[in-house]
Design a protein around this ligand. Structure first.
Ligand code: FES
Length: 101
C-alpha cells in the first residue's frame, strides 16, 4: 500500500487524557467505514511537547500540526484529505517548513 497522507495522533500523557487515543480509534474506524484502500495512514505518536494545546494531530507530507482536535474536526480532516481540496486551517497550530529539494 502506498500512502499519500500520514495522520499522527499524539498519545502522550496529556493528549491521552484529552482523548487522543479515542480520536485515533475514531479516525481509523471512520476510514475503515469508507472502504479498504483509502491511502491514508493513521498512527499514534508520542508527546510533541505542545501538551497544553492538545489533542495534537499532525498531517504529513503537508507538515500541518493541528491543536484542540475533536471528533468533528478529525472527520472533517479525513474528508478533506480524501477530496484533494486544500485543508481547512481552522485548528491549525503550526506548519512545519518544507525543505526545497
Ligand atoms: S502529550 Fe501531546 S503534545 Fe505532549
Amino acid at each position: 500500500m502506498r500512502y499519500r497522507s500520514h495522520v499522527l495522533f499524539c498519545t502522550g500523557n496529556k493528549c491521552l487524557g484529552n482523548g487522543g487515543e479515542e480520536l485515533k480509534l475514531e479516525a481509523q474506524e471512520y476510514l475503515n467505514s469508507l472502504g479498504p484502500a483509502q491511502e491514508i495512514l493513521v498512527t499514534k505518536c508520542g508527546c510533541l511537547d505542545q501538551c497544553e494545546y492538545g489533542p495534537m494531530v499532525l498531517v504529513y507530507p503537508e507538515g500541518y500540526w493541528f491543536s484542540g482536535m475533536n471528533s468533528g474536526s478529525v472527520r472533517d480532516l479525513i474528508n478533506q484529505l480524501r477530496s484533494d481540496k486544500p485543508l481547512s486551517l481552522r485548528n491549525l497550530y503550526y506548519r512545519m517548513e518544507q525543505k526545497k529539494g
